[in-house]
Structures are given as structure tokens and as C-alpha cells.
Design a protein around this ligand. Structure first.
Ligand code: ADP
Length: 558
């Protein structure tokens, strides 16, 4: 490439110089000859006049430059005399053809080209009539000038021109080579890097070129492409690694209850379980393990479905009823707890009301303790599988019942449902089932990781500036140390010290939460509850927000 560009440049330069040189020379020669010619005409005429005057005795013969060959011919064209007597005869211009007076008159002073006898010098000549005797006899004056000095000038010009031309071509070739070499240096770098990448080193990046040059721009595009490819490869490797770990963890999680079930079955087959109490105990354990496996398989299925990236059936969902339902569900499964729903404050109450709270523990005064324990019997292992129990018919009744005015300590009984202009709506764009799942998982953890008698709050808030609304689950339990806050969303991750495996969940609850939030373009924050405990706050775009939910990684902040 470098040689080609240099070669082409040298060729163009040479051609250009030749054309301009030859053209200039041809034009210059013509011009100089024309000059010589017109001078010859003038000088011949004045010589003719001066000779004629001298012949008639009217003056002296003018001195003619020795550069001119002057010859006198009689009226019949015979040479009478000439000026270059010292010059060998063969170097004198030879007049071909007749030079009688008639012919000279016909020539009418036109310039002729003559040659010497050796034919190596050209002459410009002109023949004019003149008086050659006192009697007035006419003859012919031939005046010729050699073109040798002109040719010599041309030859010198050509030599100088060729010398300069050669110099220009050489310097041009060198400069082109230097320029091409320095311009293509980054391309050689690209070539080397590409070879390294082809050998499998994807960490290589192109550099060295000035950013706003063609190579610089090419490098930037290639670097972007390489980064993408590199990221894709890394993502793929990470996904494969995650999948492998996920499958390994899932198998491990499933193997433990299976071993236990098989153990009890073997004990029974070998007759080790004798008394009805022992058999009942073994059956109870088998049932518990089966429920545990069922919960795990459900969680795995949920995650697999979320990973499918199927489009969501989005609709405007009000967070308030969801919070209320979650609170009722939690009260049913943990009757001893105080569950409070904290609601958003309408803009016009913001100065006067600190917070609108619906104390469901009191508002549902009719929930009997027996009623609350019912679901425990119906769904005895919900807590163990990581979900909050639903209390069946009683809860359905409770959900449809509006809290009595006396139940609600703060004004505006259902502010989230208030529709007057200016009030706050915590209506987000989401798939309701998925939202319920998020709240259920968070509530399950809040109940599991806090003392049985400690309160739990559900707080709904609207951030109109960022066009989003949140629901927070606030517990007053052991809390989450900052160093594990980003780990808890990983699949199968559990703080082992927090609970025994038999009673604990699968470590998939928060992974499901993270997946759902990601698919809704939401975020999740993990904070410390003032006074101790954990607060999980999940944000979703408001229904009127322009940011349409799409599948992105959840932003975990703490
Ligand atoms: P699991 O389904 O086992 O509950 P999660 O993914 O829901 O798993 O939770 C992962 C880990 O996060 C739990 O083992 C626990 O250590 C921690 N965690 C989650 N929620 C809370 C909470 N409210 N308080 C304290 N620790 C929590």
C-alpha cells in the first residue's frame, strides 16, 4: 500500500513536470524565434535601406552586427558578396532555390528557414531587394541569423528544468513515503491488534491514532464493537456460570428434602418405625419436606418464567389496596403482630398531616384469634416456604370491608383511592400478580426475620418529581448488614446464621423480587429501619410516567 501510493504520487509528479516542462519549452521556443524573427525583419530592412543609400552615394554603409550573415545577390540571383568570410563555407547558410529579383519580390520579405551545408545549424533568413549600383541596379540582400543561440538557451533551460524536476520528484517521493508511513502507522497498530484479537485476546484495544482522523474514528468504532463483543462474551460466560451454579444449587436444595423423605421411607420399610406415634411423626416430616420441595419448585418455576422475558400484561395498579391486602394476609398468619399501612399524603394535607396511617390491627377488630389461627392449620407450612398465608373466606370478607372511621386514627380514610383533583395516587404501571408476589415475598421475610411480637409497617409513597411510587416493607427485626445487601438478591443466597435450613426459605424470595422489579423497570432499596430492622422499598414508574417498563437489571441501593 505504501509503495503503491508512493509510486502513484511519483508517477503523477513526473508526468506533471514533464507536461509542464515540455509545454513551457515549446511555447518559449516559439516565442523566442518570433522575437528573433521580428528583430531580423527590422534589421534586414534597415540594412537594405542603408546599403541602397550607400550604393547611390547618399551615405555610408551602416555597420551590421556580426551575428547576422549578410549576403548580396545581383538581379539574377548570383552571389556577389557576403559578410562571414572568415567562417568555413560549410557553416554558412545555404540558399536553396533561385534568388532572382522576381522571386524575391514574390517572397515579399517573408522569413525563410535555411540550413548550413552540414545541416547541423538552422538559420532564419529574410531576402529584401536593394539598390546595388549608383545606376540604380537592383539586387537582393539576404540577411540570416543562426538559431543556435536560441537552441542553446532551450537546451540549457531543459537541463536546468530536468535537474530541478528530478530533485522535485525525489523530494516528493521521499515526503510521500514519509507521510504515508506516518499516516499508516496507526493502521499497522490496528493490524497488530487485530491479529492479537484473532488469537483470542479480547482485552486488546486500538489506540494511538488522533481521534478526529479517519483511522481515529475507525479505531473508536472498532473499540466500541470490541467492547460490545467482549461484554457479550463475558455476559454469556457469566450466564453459563450462573446457570451452572443455579442448577447445582437447585439440585442441592432438592436433594436435602429428598434424602430425608427417602430415609423415612427406608426406616418404614425396614420396620424401624413401630409405634403409631413414630409413624405419624415420620409422615409429618415427609409431608413437611414435600411441602418444602413444592415451594422450592414453585419458586424455581417462577424464576424460570421471569427469565423467559415474556412481555408483561401491564395495567395501572393502585399500590394502596395491595398494601392493605398484604397487611391483612400478614395479620392472618401472625395474629400477634401490629401491621400498619402508612399511606401517601394528598398534596393539600402535606403541611398539616404528618402521615396518614391505617392501623389494620385495630381496624380488623372482628378478626378472632381462632380465625387467625385457621389459616395456620389450613396452610401450616406457608411460613416455611417463604410465603404469607391467606386466610380464606375471612380475609376475603375483610378485604372488601372498608375500615370504619373509628379504626383510622388519621384523617382521610382511604387517601389512595381519593379521586379529587390534587390528591395523590399511588397508581403504577405493573402486572398486579407480580406486584403482589413482590409484596408477599418482602412481607414473608419481614415476618420471618423479626420477633413474633414486633410491628411491621407497609408504607406507600409517591415521588412525583421522578414520576414513581413506592411501597416499603418496614420491619423491626435483626436488619441486614450493609456488606450483604447486594448479595441477598442473588439466587439461593441466604445468611446461614439467620436461620436454620429446616425452617428457612430457599434463598429465592429476593431473587424473584429483583427479577420482577427489573422487568417493571423499577428499583429496590434496602435501608436500615430507624431503631433497628430492615426496610425494603421498591419503586415503580407511575402509571402516567413516560418511562415504559422494560427488562433491565434492578438497581440495588442501600
Ligand atoms: P428466602 O426465600 O430464604 O427468604 P430470600 O432471598 O428472601 O431467601 O432472602 C435472602 C436472605 O436475605 C435471607 O436468608 C436473609 O438472610 C436476608 N433477609 C431477607 N429479608 C430480610 C429481613 N427482612 N431481615 C433480615 N434479613 C433478611
Amino acid at each position: 500500500m505504501r509503495s503503491k501510493i508512493t509510486g502513484v504520487t511519483v508517477l503523477m509528479l513526473t508526468l506533471g513536470l514533464l507536461v509542464s516542462g515540455i509545454g513551457t519549452m515549446a511555447m518559449l521556443r516559439q516565442y523566442v524565434i518570433k522575437q528573433v524573427d521580428s528583430q531580423l525583419q527590422v534589421d534586414a530592412q534597415s540594412a537594405s535601406n542603408s546599403y541602397s543609400a550607400a550604393a547611390l552615394g547618399q551615405g555610408t554603409t551602416a555597420v551590421v552586427s556580426s551575428d547576422y550573415y549578410v549576403a548580396l545577390y545581383d538581379e539574377n540571383g548570383a552571389l556577389k558578396d557576403h559578410t562571414w568570410r572568415d567562417i568555413p563555407r560549410r557553416e554558412l547558410p545555404v540558399v536553396t532555390g533561385a534568388l532572382d529579383l522576381q522571386t524575391v519580390m514574390e517572397l515579399d520579405g517573408k522569413t525563410m528557414t535555411l540550413e548550413d551545408a552540414a545541416r547541423d545549424t538552422e538559420f532564419l533568413a529574410v531576402a529584401v531587394p536593394l539598390v546595388i549600383s549608383p545606376q540604380g541596379t537592383l539586387g537582393t540582400l539576404v540577411m540570416a541569423v543562426s538559431l543556435k543561440p536560441t537552441e542553446n538557451t532551450m537546451a540549457t533551460y531543459l537541463t536546468i528544468f530536468l535537474g530541478f524536476g528530478l530533485g522535485v520528484v525525489l523530494v516528493g517521493a521521499m515526503l510521500t513515503r514519509l507521510l504515508v508511513t506516518s499516516t499508516f502507522a496507526p493502521l499497522r497498530e490496528v493490524e497488530r491488534t487485530a491479529a492479537a484479537i484473532a488469537d483470542g485476546d479480547f482485552s486488546q484495544r486500538l489506540g494511538g491514532a488522533t481521534p478526529n482522523t479517519e483511522v481515529g474514528r475507525l479505531n473508536r468504532s472498532l473499540n466500541t464493537m470490541l467492547s460490545r463483543i467482549d461484554r457479550l462474551f463475558k455476559d454469556r460466560a457469566r450466564t453459563i456460570d450462573q446457570m451452572r451454579r443455579f442448577v447445582g444449587d437447585a439440585s442441592h436444595e432438592l436433594r436435602t428434602p429428598l434424602v430425608s423423605v427417602r430415609g423415612y421411607a427406608e426406616l418404614y420399610r425396614m420396620g424401624a418405625l413401630q409405634s403409631p406415634e413414630e409413624i405419624a411423626q415420620a409422615m409429618e416430616r415427609i409431608e413437611k419436606e414435600a411441602i418444602r420441595m413444592g415451594g422450592l419448585v414453585e419458586d424455581l418455576l417462577e424464576l424460570a418464567r421471569l427469565d423467559e422475558t415474556k412481555p408483561l400484561a401491564l395495567a395501572p395498579v393502585d399500590l394502596m389496596p395491595l398494601a392493605r391486602d398484604a397487611a391483612l394476609d400478614a395479620m392472618a398468619s401472625s395474629p400477634g403482630r401490629t401491621i400498619t399501612v402508612l399511606t401517601p399524603i394528598p398534596a393539600e394535607f402535606e403541611d398539616t398531616v404528618e402521615r396518614t396511617a391505617i392501623d389494620l390491627a385495630h381496624s380488623t377488630g372482628e378478626v378472632p384469634s381462632a380465625g387467625a389461627s385457621e389459616p395456620k392449620q389450613e396452610e401450616p407450612n406457608h411460613a416455611a416456604s417463604g410465603s404469607v398465608s391467606f386466610a380464606g373466606a375471612t380475609l376475603a370478607r375483610l378485604r372488601t370491608r372498608k375500615p370504619r372511621k373509628t379504626d383510622v386514627p388519621a384523617p382521610a380514610p382511604e387517601p389512595a383511592r381519593v379521586t379529587e383533583p390534587g390528591t395523590v395516587h399511588a397508581v403504577v404501571m405493573a402486572e398486579e400478580n407480580k406486584l403482589r408476589q413482590v409484596i408477599t415475598n418482602l412481607m414473608g421475610n419481614a415476618l420471618r426475620f423479626s420477633p413474633a411480637d414486633s410491628p411491621v409497617e407497609l408504607e406507600v409513597a409517591v415521588d412525583r418529581r421522578n414520576q414513581r411510587a413506592s411501597i416499603a416493607v418496614i420491619d423491626h427485626g435483626e436488619g441486614i448488614p450493609p456488606q450483604i445487601r447486594d448479595k441477598i438478591f442473588q439466587r439461593f443466597w441466604r445468611a446461614d446464621t439467620s436461620r436454620a435450613r429446616e425452617t428457612g426459605g430457599s434463598g429465592l424470595g429476593l431473587a424473584i423480587v429483583a427479577s420482577i422489579i427489573a422487568s417493571h423497570n423499577g428499583t429496590v432499596q434496602v435501608e436500615d429501619t430507624p431503631g433497628g430492622g430492615a426496610t425494603f422499598r421498591v419503586w415503580f414508574p407511575l402509571a402516567c410516567s413516560p418511562s415504559a417498563p422494560q427488562r433491565v437489571a434492578p438497581v440495588v441501593t442501600s
